[in-house]
Design a protein around this ligand. Structure first.
Ligand code: ATP
Ligand code: MG
Length: 735
């Protein structure tokens, strides 16, 4: 392997294999690339892939790292543990479930499941969710779990009042239910592993012996538990290499502790520190501008990046009249550049809050620009996908009452709330799960007449799939669940456009399963479910499709794009309101701004809106503090037109007018669009269809249009029969 394209510091880091090593460096300085080369170098030196552990922040990062290592060192990387903290812990817990206090095949609850669980608990205990929002309770619970504080300890340490008692009660019940359902939440995955190691020296020793070389990327964003875990594992061989940038710690709100990186040298006094200062990603102006913002933070190790790339274009700043116009401006700029030959994959719009995406979506679709939104589990948040995933989970874990409650009457099986409650009563007495109880013929006999058959159909199918799950392909199990439980037939019977859309999504889901089956040696439904649950938001991102990317600045971590837009630079939005009461909050927002800016390779566009509607209220805004901090010599103003109040604080010229800006803004019917949008593929067709047209569809093959309205096309497919398809969603093309 050759390192000639690495600089001398990077090479030094690659060759330093023994002992603790801290690579501390700014954005785009090649930290991740260096770590990748380091792994390849180890393999080259004859170190077994089995003894290497590399921890990344997202699954996508892990996948990319594995691919890069394979490119450099051949396919020896195959069995190596390159994965996220959660995936790693889960792997370990799957080997020792009982030692960790669980039954094998425990399931993982994601955010939506957690919320449902808390809501149920509130309801059953007569606590109003207005008084205690489930989201708030979950944040408190997560915080406590992270600190290792259990419900009893929480009660003891907090002030003894009504609020404490309520939180205690919910926390205690929450933990109890997770246990009963043989389930873990995301915090548990990490916590249980740390506990397993604490209680079980032998198991810990096994992993300590195994992982002689440990590496952690994005170390600045590790939280306390992750930190403990790494310390446990690295304690024996102490060949720990961590890579990070204290300026990019953006997850403090989720418990990340910047001190983990600042204290590395005191934790490992023998540690060697390597700093990388050359940035290979961004043009000079972008880098200088990012620096002019981040240097306002106090608690940072001082470092300044340099680049030998030219300074490039100045940054652009645009202050729009209102938020709609801001979005229109961004879409227009992308349109210009795209027509001038830039592929759409070059562009990213990075915003502070998910809610901002909507306006950009409308503006882009109005201009006919394909885009994709990366936001938390969008696709998997859809009702039908959640439903079918519950069915699948029950195949894996019949104790999962939460899933059972969700689908027992979905589709309608005559199992109303009262009946379900009655059955839950039986379940409590017999100390069995809901599915087990409902599978009991005696219990079935007590069901109302119309429920009897359908519930049997459901329990028979689930139990059979479970028994047969090792003989059946995951896709076969999926098909059975869809049909034999009555789920798909019920949708087909409904026959509305909405249900057609749902059916299509369910079919789409099969491609997820096929992909999994193709890419895995021994596909199992257990593993499939696990991968789905772990799939973080960034994972749906496929760089090969020519679309603009929309995502939050948080999820853009580690990524790079030639052209980046950072909209919404207004006090109260970015930095958010809370930052103004709390200096450390302000510093975190500033780091986020730094992360956002340093994603850009060539062009960086900043913007704000004079008037913005949030939470249903329209307000005048003030330009962001970060704009005021920015070195204005590096920024060039675009048109600021029809300004109502004084000058922009950046002193940008108001002369040059963006020719299109004067067009009156025409609101887009977002609602109509949103209803049918799959978000990811919203632009698949804007073609219109007429009866008689021959068309082809991604799934159903070729056919003829029977009827077409503004929103729905009815097609007789040659093979798949007559289908109603939602325009703008269905992958339909004229042929
Ligand atoms: P971040 O802080 O954003 O995670 P990073 O420090 O991990 O960034 P990388 O993503 O590894 O940086 O690298 C940034 C870019 O610089 C990549 O496109 C990478 O290919 C390139 N790069 C890294 N090192 C070199 C080098 N020595 N010569 C040329 N290009 C390099
Ligand atoms: Mg990186």
């Amino acid at each position: 392997m050759s390192f000639e394209n690495l600089n001398s510091r990077q090479q030094e880091a690659v060759c330093q294999l023994e002992g603790p090593l801290l690579i501390l460096a700014g954005a785009g300085s090649g930290k991740t690339s260096t770590m990748t080369h380091r792994i390849a170098h180890m393999l080259e030196e004859g170190i077994s892939p089995y003894s290497i552990l590399a921890v990344t922040f997202t699954n996508k990062a892990a996948r990319e790292m594995r691919e890069r290592v394979e490119e450099l060192a051949g396919d020896r990387a195959g069995s190596m543990w390159i994965m996220t903290f959660h995936a790693m812990c889960l792997r370990i817990l799957r080997v020792y479930p009982e030692e960790a206090g669980y039954e094998p095949n425990f399931v993982i609850y994601d955010g939506t499941d957690q919320k449902t669980l808390v809501k149920n608990i509130l309801k059953e205990n007569g606590i109003s969710d207005r008084e205690f929002a489930p989201q708030y309770l979950l944040a408190v619970i997560s915080d406590q779990k992270e600190k290792g504080v259990d419900p009893e300890q929480y009660l003891e340490t907090m002030e003894n009042n009504y609020k404490t008692k309520a939180i205690y009660l919910v926390y205690r019940e929450y933990q109890k239910r997770l246990r009963q359902n043989n389930a873990m939440d995301f915090d548990d995955i990490l916590l249980n592993t740390v506990k397993l190691f604490e209680r079980n020296e032998e198991i810990l020793l096994r992993y300590q012996e195994r992982f002689q070389y440990i590496m952690v990327d994005e170390y600045q964003d590790t939280n306390h538990i992750q930190y403990r875990l790494i310390r446990q594992l690295a304690d024996r061989h102490r060949n720990l290499c961590v890579v990070g940038d204290d300026d990019q710690c953006i997850y403090q709100w989720r418990g990340a502790d910047i001190r983990n990186i600042l204290d590395f040298e005191s934790d490992f006094p023998e540690a060697k520190v390597i700093k990388l200062e050359q940035n290979y990603r961004s043009k000079g102006n972008i880098l200088d501008a990012a620096y002019s913002v981040i240097r306002n933070n106090r608690g940072r190790k001082s470092k300044k990046l340099w680049t030998d790339r030219d300074s490039g274009e100045k940054l652009r700043y645009y202050r729009a009249n209102n938020d709609h116009e801001e979005a229109a401006y961004v879409a227009r700029q992308i349109g210009y550049m795209n027509r001038a030959g830039r592929p759409l994959t070059d562009f990213a719009i990075l915003y502070r809050t998910n809610a901002q995406s909507r306006l950009f979506e409308s503006a882009l679709s109005r201009d006919g620009i394909p885009y994709r939104v990366l936001s938390g589990m969008r696709y998997y948040d859809r009702k039908e996908i959640k439903d079918i995933m519950c069915y699948m989970r029950l195949v894996v874990n019949p104790k999962d009452d939460l899933s059972m409650r969700r689908i027992v009457n979905e589709p309608k099986r005559g199992m109303g709330d009262k009946t379900v409650e009655k059955v839950m009563g039986f379940a409590a007495v017999k100390n069995k799960s809901l599915l087990e109880t409902l599978s009991d013929p005696e219990v079935q006999d007590t069901l109302p007449g119309k429920a009897y058959d359908r519930v049997r159909e459901l329990t028979d199918c689930l139990n059979l799939c479970r028994q047969e799950r090792t003989n059946l392909k995951v896709s076969d199990i999926y098909d059975r669940l869809l049909t034999k439980t009555g789920y798909l037939p019920a949708l087909e019977e409904t026959g509305t456009v909405e249900s057609e859309g749902r059916i299509e999504n369910l079919m789409e889901f099969k491609s997820v399963i096929y992909d999994y089956e193709k890419g895995t040696e021994n596909p199992t439904i257990e593993e499939f479910m696990e991968q789905l649950t772990l799939a973080a938001e960034v994972d749906n991102y496929d760089e090969h499709q020519d679309t603009v990317t929309l995502m939050t600045m948080h999820s853009a971590k580690g990524l790079e794009f030639p052209v980046v837009f950072l909209p919404g630079l207004e006090d109260g939005l970015f930095p958010g309101n809370k930052a103004f009461d709390d200096p450390s909050g302000m510093e975190e927002e500033r780091r986020l701004c730094y992360v956002g800016m340093t994603r850009a390779k060539e062009l960086l566009f900043l913007s704000s809106a004079e008037e913005r509607t949030r939470y249903g209220r329209t307000e005048y805004t003030r330009e962001s503090q970060f704009l005021r901090e920015l070195d204005r010599r590096l920024v060039e103003g675009d048109a600021v037109y029809q300004r109502k109040t004084g000058d922009s604080s950046l002193g940008v010229s108001t002369g040059s007018r963006d020719g299109y800006a004067a067009k009156p803004y025409k609101p887009f019917d977002a609602l109509k669009y949103a209803r049918y949008s799959t978000r990811q593929n919203a632009m698949k067709n804007t073609e219109s269809f007429a009866p008689g047209d021959r068309v082809s569809h991604g799934k159903f093959g070729e056919g003829m249009v029977l009827e077409a309205t503004d929103t729905i096309v009815t097609v007789a497919f040659d093979g798949a029969g007559v289908k109603k398809l939602a325009l703008g969603v269905a992958p339909l093309k004229k042929i």
